[in-house]
Design a protein around this ligand. Structure first.
Ligand code: PGA
Length: 251
């Protein structure tokens, strides 16, 4: 079965409501290549406005994190019930910034994956190695551990409903990008490490731009991208979406 290319914009802590509306209007005005699925993940405060802007058209709405409980005494957190009510159908889980700055553990990611699936929200599970792990050739150990932990105990058909993003931490926001063949090999190893990932969309993330997207998306294992910096402007995001056109047309 062919896997549909998927490009996800992770806006991180950028964009006010007004800025969100402006960017989404620009994105909506552009003709998107057929067969490429496009998701944007604005900050929580901009989700209702984003939903309004995206009511027409095919761009879908994602969130950047969530809590695993439906409700409860968790000050500052947002639940899958709340996200679903806003039309959010995708959620990024275990992003390296969440893991590094907000103590998100493998165990929490596993709970969140189950909670998202239970509410009809597709988890985009981010895994990746640090610069030190990369230098010490510990990449495969790190990312397969993270992937196995995120999907532990989940039925293969449920694993198949998720998305995985391989994001080398040293490549995020740095302008450094993993070699396409290297990223392909790591993603292939992640796919092989967990039953059910054979048909799962696997994304690359980390300084993906219009200039390097085509080479990454030409790799057999790389089904799309998780885009940070380049998703904040319409032109740079659309260049990556456009680079996925060829993949969507490959039989
Ligand atoms: P970047 O971020 O594209 O700015 O490197 C990617 C990410 O953190 O998801």
């Amino acid at each position: 079965m062919r896997r549909r290319p998927l490009i996800v914009g992770n806006w991180k802590m950028h964009k006010t409501i007004a800025e969100t509306r402006a960017l989404l209007r620009e994105l909506r005005a552009a003709p998107l290549p057929p067969g490429v699925e496009v998701v944007v993940a604005p900050p929580f405060t901009a989700l209702p406005a984003a939903r309004e802007e995206l009511r027409e058209g095919t761009i879908e709405l994602g969130a950047q994190t969530m809590h695993q409980a439906n409700h409860g005494p968790y000050t500052g957190e947002i639940s899958p019930v709340m996200l679903h009510e806003l039309g959010v159908r995708w959620v990024i889980l275990g992003h390296s910034e969440r893991r590094a700055y907000f103590s998100e553990t493998d165990d929490a990611v596993a709970h969140k994956v189950r909670a998202a699936l239970a509410h009809g929200i597709t988890p985009i599970v981010a895994v990746g190695e640090t610069a030190t792990e990369h230098e010490e050739h510990a990449t495969l150990t790190r990312v397969t551990l993270q992937a196995r932990a995120a999907f532990a105990g989940l039925a293969p058909e449920d694993v198949g409903r998720c998305v995985v993003a391989y994001e080398p931490i040293w490549a995020i926001g740095s302008g450094l990008v993993e070699e396409p063949a290297g990223a392909n090999a790591v993603i292939g190893s992640i796919r092989a490490a967990v039953e059910g990932l054979e048909q799962t969309r696997m994304l690359y993330g980390g300084s993906m731009k219009g200039e390097n997207a085509a080479a990454l998306l030409a790799q057999p294992e790389i089904d799309g991208g998780l885009i940070g910096g380049a998703s904040l402007q319409a032109a740079s995001f659309l260049a990556i979406v456009e680079a996925a056109r060829a993949r969507a047309q490959t039989p």
